[in-house]
Design a protein around this ligand. Structure first.
Ligand SMILES: [Zn+2]
Ligand SMILES: [Zn+2]
Length: 263
């Protein structure tokens, strides 16, 4: 959900999202130069030996495990989000004015945390980075594979019913289960197929053990960006057992809001 905030230095307005880090068990950090928000999911594999404390800003020991920001700056344990125009750090105390004004819960007593370290973080003008673990340390490149699956509201309900730990059994007329390799492909199916078929479409993201997937071929449904696995319906239980962590809900169509944002 996008809201409008303002810079206390240059007075210009910008859009932002307020993210509740309990929803996806994530941690976060801001770039010390541009204020980009790094969202770091606790459900995805962190580098070996790393303890990521979620529901808060990253701790100091995590800094050196993260890639630099696209702008060349660094995600640090004590940086603030920044105004997208004058780049000055935003005051967490001043931000209470617009964050509370935009939060429906504020009328029921909810209060902004007034720091950039607690349960909530903000993403300014969609300037975000997802799981920027350093590539040379990332276990996701070797032991694990990130996959995506577009689902309609019925399947989403069944996934929710088992607390995002797996996918429901296939129906008799569904001999195959199709997880896909890219978010773009999953988004296209959710938007172009699930929305017309059932009114809404969702993109889920999850991590699977590579050793398990290696027994299946990758199928190409029309180009490098349209790759998918065909998992026989009878293998779905074993597939679910090889999902590491939980299934994340990352997109919703038609409203392309980040579902993780809650106020
Ligand atoms: Zn400004
Ligand atoms: Zn940056």
């Amino acid at each position: 959900m996008k809201h409008v905030g303002s810079c206390d230095r240059c007075k210009r307005s910008f859009e932002y999202e307020l993210i509740h880090n309990g929803f996806n068990d994530s941690a976060y950090a801001y770039c010390d130069t541009c204020g980009c928000t790094a969202m770091i999911s606790g459900w995805r594999p962190a580098p070996e030996g790393t303890t990521l404390r979620v529901h808060q800003q990253i701790s100091k020991d995590i800094e050196e495990l993260l890639e630099p920001c696209r702008c060349g700056g660094h995600f640090t344990a004590n940086a603030s989000p920044r105004c997208p125009y004058c780049k000055s750090p935003l005051s967490a105390v001043e931000a209470a004015t617009w964050i509370e004004a935009n939060a429906p819960g504020a009328s029921k007593g909810w209060r902004w945390q007034r720091d950039w370290a607690g349960l909530y973080c903000i993403i300014v003008q969609e300037n975000r980075s997802s799981d920027p673990w350093r590539m040379d340390l990332a276990r996701s490149n070797t032991e694990f594979v990130t996959l995506f699956r577009p689902v309609g509201p019925d399947e989403l309900g069944l996934i929710q019913a088992i607390d995002f730990c797996g996918f429901p059994p296939r129906l008799p007329e569904q001999p195959l289960f199709y997880p896909v390799l890219t978010e773009a492909y999953a988004s296209k199916i959710a938007r172009d197929w699930n929305v017309p078929a059932s009114g809404s479409g969702y993109v889920t993201r999850f991590t699977v053990r590579r050793a398990f997937l290696s027994r299946y071929e990758i199928h190409n449904a029309g180009g490098e960006n349209f790759r998918e696995y065909w998992i026989p319906a009878e293998d779905i239980d074993e597939f679910n057992r090889n999902i590491v962590g939980k299934i994340e809900l990352i997109k919703k169509f038609p409203a392309d809001d980040d579902i993780a944002s809650r106020t």
